[in-house]
Design a protein around this ligand. Sequence first.
Ligand SMILES: Nc1ncnc2c1ncn2[C@@H]1O[C@H](COP(=O)(O)OP(=O)(O)OP(=O)(O)O)[C@@H](O)[C@H]1O
Ligand code: SF4
Ligand SMILES: [Mg+2]
Length: 348
Amino acid sequence: MTAPLLELRTVRKDFALGQGLFAKRRILTALDGIDLSIAPGETLALVGESGCGKSTLGRIVAGLMPATAGEILFDGHPPARGKARARQIQIVMQDPFGALNPKMSVGELIAEPALLHGLVTRGTTPARVAELLSLVGLPEGVAPRYPHALSGGQRQRVAIARALATDPKLIVADEAVSALDVSVQAQIANLLKDIQARTGVSLLFISHGLSLVHHISDRVAVMYLGRIVEDGPTADLFARPRHPYTRALISATPEPVPGSSADRMHLTGEVPSPLALPSGCRFRTRCPHATDICAEVDPPRTAEGAAHVACHLAHRLPAYQSQTPEPAPRLQQAIALYRAAAARLDAA
Ligand SMILES: Nc1ncnc2c1ncn2[C@@H]1O[C@H](COP(=O)(O)OP(=O)(O)OP(=O)(O)O)[C@@H](O)[C@H]1O
Ligand code: SF4
Ligand SMILES: [Mg+2]
């Protein structure tokens, strides 16, 4: 097996709340014992509902905040700090408008990280900018334009070009497509796959829903309230989801495939507060299969071939009637359109 590029071992993140003079100090555990690895050139999708800790994990991986406990290895060593880390691990966020300085042109925005890390000279900058623009499918003509003059999808391409400017080994894409129209989402997801094929960069693709995940990722990790409850190779996870939460998330994917409704299961109830976690299994307040043991014992994470699952009943649940794991029709259409457009561009 290839040595992992990134490895997290029992990573924990606590946030201290209410640190005022009279406020009661409380600890919110946003990540609770995260084990995770990403191979070189691999895409790992990290999915789960709002507040489960995805961004916290992404930010820790990118070096934007420290973990409270646990170990992180990058290329087998504790990751570098500061600038050296930023060069190897880049993060692309949901809102590129916030991340792109409106006073800088696209060309300046893309050149900035490469100049900052001393990877280009003034003389070689234009050629590098042109190369990066072409890598993200933008015409050279956008270089003098400003972010406000671009569409959402184009801005996200600029953000990706900026991330690629330092030749990183890993890109954390935190909801990088979530704010875009569905057809543009597919284009950007395709673009990320395409870039990966050309550059060999690894991807941590963070998403609250599963819509694009089947299409883009090699493996999937499903998070619930600070824990990874199931992870495994993508096709296997969609065909045989073992954890009730994974099954519910697959059912909740928008634009279900026609005819798949027989097996739809709906998530009911609210996600509990991370400050008042249920005893035993943290999913039990919403789990249709919960039994006595679930309230008493926290289910351990156990290996199932290449997958892992943390559920007492994973082996005893009724067989899952898999839905067609293809992207929904509208997405497929958008992907086909994008492919055709890309082929025309390549031919031109
Ligand atoms: N700086 C912070 N201080 C205190 N609590 C925080 C901080 N950042 C995140 N949290 C809490 O940690 C938990 C995980 O938050 P996080 O933003 O990682 O979730 P998420 O999965 O990215 O959610 P979303 O899908 O909404 O982006 C939440 O309960 C959140 O309120
Ligand atoms: S351990 Fe129990 S409550 Fe938790 S997911 Fe499994 S069946 Fe549901
Ligand atoms: Mg987030």
